[in-house]
Design a protein around this ligand. Structure first.
Ligand SMILES: *[C@@H]1O[C@H](CO)[C@@H](O)[C@H](O)[C@H]1NC(C)=O
Ligand SMILES: *[C@@H]1O[C@H](CO)[C@@H](O)[C@H](O)[C@H]1NC(C)=O
Length: 283
């Protein structure tokens, strides 16, 4: 029974797609090996060399600019209304209430030490950890922006609704959020207590992905017409491969499989470790 359970867990890990953040959104046109996959809105197909290459940032309008994966290195400049090559996180500064725009750049976060209360601005800085909600510390985070940011020592910024302050809390599971007001909507949902999200809980309009509680991992979901299910990359077709995985997997015409654009080192190690464990138990 024990062996069966572990085997079952492994199967779930191997088939559903939970990726480290560093592997999400990493496909580039170079990963698209056939003309049929080489999306003409974002890429240029060279019929001579049979290669697909990224278009330059300057040709993209706002939505495409914001939507292309990280390897394009594009960011939208709202001041000039142009799509530009991303330079460095510290080159960008925003109004304090728009600090979350730092997270739309490439591997950047808000730098709470650069809050200028007179000018009402804040600068961005390099991400200090692979979390989508990384922050240096919760101390200077305004109440309105205090939405589950994650510090490098594994704590979180959580609203104290009655005191209207931003507190540093130790959060390891959804039930650590004690009220509906602070239940982390990126990873949990409220149903008489704060509970962990799964794909099967999500309604059609939210059936896309959810984050782990530290925002370091992403799980992909897909609506199959009647319910929301985990994406299983081993069954994805050529046309489903890119969009169902948020440009993290691309079709490999040689193996005829949907394959990751960038190897997720830690999760493959985990699967390997799990297989070894299973082999030991079965012997
Ligand atoms: C492909 O090769 C033809 C003939 O050599 C050449 O005229 C054309 O410019 C090449 N196309 C590209 C996209 O390089
Ligand atoms: C909110 O802050 C008040 C005052 O500092 C404190 O007494 C209370 O325990 C806090 N509530 C939570 C949920 O942490």
């Amino acid at each position: 029974m024990k062996i069966y359970l572990i085997g079952f867990t492994l199967l779930v890990i191997a088939n559903s797609v939970t990726l480290q953040l560093s592997s999400v959104y990493q496909c580039s046109c170079e990963n698209l090996l056939q003309q049929a996959d080489c999306l003409s809105d974002y890429c240029t197909w060279d019929p001579n060399g049979s290669t697909c290459t990224n278009k330059a940032c300057s040709v993209f309008k706002e939505n495409d600019c914001k939507g292309v994966p990280d390897p394009f290195n594009c960011v939208w400049n709202s001041k000039t209304s142009k799509c530009e090559d991303f330079t460095s996180c510290s080159d960008y500064s925003y109004k304090m209430v728009e600090g979350d725009l730092c997270y739309d750049l490439i591997k950047c976060q808000v730098d709470v030490d650069t809050i200028d209360s007179t000018a009402g601005t804040v600068k961005c800085t390099d991400r200090t950890q692979e979390s989508a909600l990384s922050i240096g510390s919760c101390d200077k985070v305004p109440y309105s922006e205090c939405n589950w940011l994650v510090t490098s020592d594994g704590k979180q910024c959580v609203k104290n609704v009655s005191a209207q302050t931003c507190e540093t809390k130790t959060i390891t599971q959804c039930s650590d959020y004690t009220s509906i007001d602070v239940c982390n909507t990126n990873s949990c949902y409220w149903g008489d207590s704060c509970k962990p999200l799964t794909c099967s809980i999500l309604p059609e309009d939210a059936c896309m992905l959810f984050f782990s509680i530290d925002a370091k991992q992403v799980t992909f979901c897909n609506w199959d017409g009647t319910k929301c299910s985990d994406v299983d990359t081993t069954t994805l077709t050529q046309t489903q491969c890119l969009p169902y995985t948020l440009y993290s997997y691309a079709w490999n015409p040689d193996t005829k499989k949907c394959e990751i654009c960038q190897e997720p080192s830690s999760s493959s190690k985990f699967i390997l470790y799990g297989s070894i464990l299973l082999a030991i138990l079965l012997n």
